[in-house]
Design a protein around this ligand. Structure first.
Ligand code: PLP
Length: 398
């Protein structure tokens, strides 16, 4: 009989030639447990998914209860389902008043697709402005706006009419014009290596969109649900979008995404044509039940404040001559290393029980994004361990 490892390498499609390949059998809180008995600290959270920690008991209970009541009933949007409507109510009560309608989908990429379609439908325009080093997903629309040519080239032709700007450069905002349906932007760029823009820049971006009638879409798929020390990252800038995309930590570990907009704007997907976006499993009741439980935990346990508090611990404790800088907001952090090859250091850290991952578009930094339920004591211990590991790694390379 083939082992799980053999089945993985022989029958499961791979995304790289060199996957981490750890066999994880269970997870709880900030820990992953491997089949060989080893325990790993998770500094990735499935790339900002597990904000409430792995297998949070209230999320697990919500999933189990909902699965026993009913799972999928009908394509999205036709039936009233308690977890979906309760979630939409709770989420929108925590957003700016105009972000009052939730279109549920399955993933971040689908949320981005939906937001782009809504902007085109509502404005009657086809131009889309996006940013260099932005990541918005793997489907062909999301890939079209992704800001890295290497990842796109083999899949062209992609969508026409896309303009890429440099992030945080006010001088380029004039390229947003009357042909622009929407500007789609991460309020804090993630895969570029956690780039926090100036408040004035984000305000100017909002103003320019208003001047030319373009919709502003904030992709909060990685930054949402407390990760950056605000419930949503746009709160740092006092600027609200016309459309917001969410996914990842939304489901507390279950797959779900959504785009959120004002009611009359969202309504445009219901006519000319009707069924402007169709999704079979979008807003799956079990995922919505998990999302509802997860959001309740984030709000009740004030994980937003905790992200700020613990983020400050990492910043303070991550001191080493090879650490140039720890950058970001809340627990959405990047540590810039000097003269260390990140993929090698990543493998070394994994061998020593810490899982972190690199950024797609920044080879000099690594991500610090543990579950937000991490305790202060755990953070101090992990930061000290990371610093000691950098030391050890540098010595092995001498
Ligand atoms: N947008 C951002 C900012 C992301 O980080 C991601 C995923 O990493 C996506 C969109 C795509 O989400 P998904 O992988 O759920 O399709």
């Amino acid at each position: 009989m083939l082992s799980n490892r053999q089945l993985f390498f022989e029958h499961v499609a791979q995304t790289t030639t060199d996957p981490l390949g750890l066999e994880i059998v269970s997870a709880e809180g900030i820990f992953l447990h491997a089949a060989d008995g080893k325990k790993y600290i998770d500094l990735v959270s499935g790339v900002s998914v597990s904000n409430v920690g792995h297998t949070h008991p209230e999320v697990v209970e919500a999933v189990q209860k909902q699965a026993a009541k009913h799972m999928h009933l009908m394509v999205y949007g036709e039936m009233i389902q308690t977890p979906q409507v309760q979630y939409a109510g709770l989420l929108t009560s925590n957003l700016a008043a105009h972000l009052n309608t939730v279109y549920f989908v399955n993933s971040g990429s689908e949320a981005v697709e939906g937001a782009m379609k809504l902007a085109k439908r509502a404005t009657g325009r086809s131009g889309i402005v996006a940013f260099h080093n932005a990541y918005h997903g793997g489907t062909q629309g999301a890939l079209s706006i992704l800001g890295n040519e290497q990842l796109k080239r083999p899949f062209r032709p992609l969508l026409p009419g896309i303009t890429h700007l440099n992030f945080n450069k006010s001088g380029e905002l004039s390229l947003i014009d009357q042909t622009t349906a929407c500007v789609i932007v991460e309020p804090i760029q993630a895969e570029a290596g956690i780039i926090v823009p100036d408040i004035q820049y984000v305000k100017a971006l909002r103003r320019r969109c208003d001047e030319v009638g373009a919709l502003l879409v904030f992709d909060e798929i990685q930054t949402g649900f407390g990760r950056t020390g605000r419930l949503f990252a746009h709160e740092h800038f006092g600027v609200t979008p016309d459309i917001m995309t969410i996914a990842k930590s939304m489901g507390g570990g279950m797959p779900i995404g959504a785009f959120v907009a004002e009611h009359s704007l969202m309504k445009q997907l219901t006519y000319n044509p009707a069924l402007g976006h169709i999704t079979t499993f979008g807003g799956h009741p079990v995922s919505c039940a998990a999302a509802l439980a997860s959001l309740k935990v984030i709000l009740r346990d004030d994980l937003v404040s905790r992200a700020n508090e613990i983020g400050a611990v990492f910043r303070e404790k991550m001191q080493h001559p090879r650490i140039k800088n720890v950058r970001g907001e809340g627990l959405f952090l990047a540590a810039d290393l000097e003269d260390i090859f990140i993929p090698d250091f990543m493998k070394f850290a994994a061998q020593n029980g810490i899982i972190f991952d690199p950024f797609l578009f920044n080879s000099e930094a690594f991500r610090i994004a543990p579950p937000l339920i991490i305790s202060k004591e755990q953070a101090i211990e992990i930061a000290e361990k990371l610093v000691a590991l950098i030391d050890k790694f540098v010595k092995t390379k001498k």
